[in-house]
Design a protein. Structure first.
Length: 243
């Protein structure tokens, strides 16, 4: 467990306020809770503040405490407990590399090395162009597509060192790489397409009238023609076959 402290005074802004739009968003969150329970909106308020500023400052914590009627220390506790809150200025893109066991076994070290090479040698430090920072995180729940990383709300999966370097450089050029698997497979299907649950008739219950008219066979035939992934492969393969 790492120690999480606020950023040094020299980088702390003297003031924070929500933009008019975000002020309305915070008010909507407060309104979700019964009177006197507005403190329940603390995570939402900090998250909206982080979306606005890119990180959570001391001034933001104090402002959120004031509008929610909470002691400063309570909001500080929340901000320092959850690692999703950045306590120091971060890059425009925060690259969160999963280094938990499945991703580590599948090569997350290469992803970390790519971040060190193209962003900064140290985690949480902002790149020279101000665009990126990176950090290691625990399992992001996409282990079946390991190794992976998260940028903003997007997952980039099935990565390796060169693919990670290409991803960072594409973002640096202002491009928007497509999230998801980066090795060509569809979601978490095997490379080349699905190998199981290909018999539509066996998994979808059809009305008896349709069954009698042979619609089940039609549906199954369509499925075989298109491939369950939409990428054209549908012939059953033995488990473990990748192409
Ligand atoms: S271990 Fe990396 S997503 Fe689960």
């Amino acid at each position: 467990m790492s120690v999480r402290r606020l950023a040094p005074d020299e980088v702390q802004p003297s003031h924070f306020s929500f933009s008019p739009t975000n002020k309305d968003r915070v008010a909507q969150w407060i309104a979700k809770y019964p009177a006197g329970r507005q403190a329940s909106a603390v995570i939402a308020a900090l998250w909206i503040g982080q979306e606005q500023e890119g990180w959570v400052s001391k001034a933001m914590i104090e402002h959120v405490a004031e509008i929610l009627g909470m002691p400063y220390i309570r909001v500080l506790e929340v901000a320092t407990f959850y690692t999703m809150f950045h306590l120091a200025p971060a890059g425009e893109y925060v690259v969160q590399v999963c280094t938990t066991t499945p991703c580590m076994l599948r090569g997350s070290d290469e992803l970390v090395a790519a971040c060190k090479k193209h962003i900064h040698a140290n985690p949480h430090a902002v790149s020279a162009d101000g665009k990126f920072s990176w950090m290691e995180v625990e399992c992001l729940g996409a282990c079946v597509n390991a190794p992976m990383l998260q940028i903003g709300s997007d997952f980039y999966e099935d990565l390796d060192g060169p693919k990670t370097e290409a991803l960072i450089e594409a973002l640096r050029r202002g491009e928007t790489p497509k999230p998801g698997p980066q090795n060509g497979r569809h979601t978490s299907e095997p490379l080349g397409g699905a190998t199981t649950l290909l018999d539509r008739a066996a998994i979808i219950r059809m009305p008896s009238a349709d069954r009698d008219e042979g619609h089940v066979m039609d549906a199954s035939a369509n499925l075989k023609g298109e491939g369950a992934s939409g990428h054209g492969a549908a012939e059953p393969k033995s488990p473990g076959t990748t192409r």
